[in-house]
Design a protein around this ligand. Structure first.
Ligand SMILES: NC(=O)c1ccc[n+]([C@@H]2O[C@H](COP(=O)([O-])OP(=O)(O)OC[C@H]3O[C@@H](n4cnc5c(N)ncnc54)[C@H](O)[C@@H]3O)[C@@H](O)[C@H]2O)c1
Length: 254
């Protein structure tokens, strides 16, 4: 815990569960003022309801009107933004031969188009952020933007492709946003214990298979992801943009 984000305004999508919740808690613990964005208003209320200082924003990152309305709420409350974390994402499984276009489109809408819409809506607020510090966008990609682990029994070509798109969005936007003093990086988590992976991790064979391939010998925690995000959002990373930080226990080294 530090006060490195004291006086700074942050927004996190998918903040009501798993990685997003841990990222929100880490930014808060380090002093940020937070907008917690999520599709699910009940989950937002149950996680953050007893803390009125946190701005709860119900929005669907895949819907431009919803995103616009959400960022109007943030603009009214904060007037500017210093940190944006595009964390909201969904996973679906399905073999290539059986995959419908509707499933493909849904995964892309949330995982790839969502960060585009949210970053675009946040951009004027980030430009207006605290010029004494670098402002930062951190996108949560996945090791699956880089490698394919369908051998764990879960084919997910649409998820892989959507995270690959987010990786290149990160790199391309890093170039375009640099002149505005905005850094854009990615955190690529390996397998992390969240509701997202609960079903897979409940199977001993999957857990054993993962542990065998993870040099650091444990499954990741949402706090591991949050610590990586906080570093990339901080001034300690002031000369880092367009990069990916792997938070995967060494998985991708193998
Ligand atoms: N858990 C892992 O092992 C793992 C690994 C690599 C990457 N990731 C990535 O981390 C991110 C978070 O995953 P998680 O494991 O915490 O998932 P999770 O399912 O626990 O939480 C996702 C949150 O996002 C919200 N959300 C979903 N769709 C949304 C939308 N359209 N608009 C706004 N909010 C929406 C959900 O309501 C939920 O609160 C995702 O981008 C995921 O791809 C997770």
């Amino acid at each position: 815990m530090s006060n490195r984000f004291e006086g700074r305004f942050a927004a996190v999508t998918g903040a009501a569960s798993g990685n997003g919740r841990a990222i929100a808690e880490k930014l808060l613990a380090d002093g940020a003022t937070l907008a917690a964005i999520d599709l699910n208003p009940d989950a937002l209320e149950s996680v953050f309801g007893d803390r009125p200082e946190i701005l709860q924003v119900q929005a669907d990152v895949a819907d431009q009107q919803s995103v616009k309305a959400g960022f109007e709420q943030i603009a009214d409350a904060f007037g500017r933004l210093d940190i944006l974390v595009n964390n909201a994402g969904i996973v679906k499984f399905g073999t290539f031969e059986e995959l419908s276009q509707a499933e493909w489109d849904q995964v892309f809408a949330v995982n790839s188009t969502g960060p585009f819409l949210v970053s675009q809506a946040a951009y004027p607020l980030l430009r207006a952020g605290d010029a004494d510090h670098t402002r930062a966008i951190v996108n949560i990609t996945s090791v699956e933007a880089h490698i394919v682990i369908s051998s764990s029994g879960h084919p997910q070509i649409h998820y892989n492709a959507s995270k690959g798109a987010l990786l290149q969005l990160t790199r391309a936007l890093a170039v375009e946003a640099a002149a505005a003093g905005i850094r854009v990086n990615a955190v690529a988590p390996g397998f992390i214990e969240t509701p997202f992976t609960a079903e897979a991790l409940a199977k001993d064979e999957v857990r054993d298979w993962l542990l065998e391939r993870t040099p650091l010998g444990r499954i990741g925690k949402p706090e591991d992801v949050a610590n990586g995000v906080a570093f990339l959002a901080s001034d300690e990373a002031s000369w880092i943009t367009g990069s990916t930080l792997f938070v995967d226990g060494g998985w991708t080294v193998y």
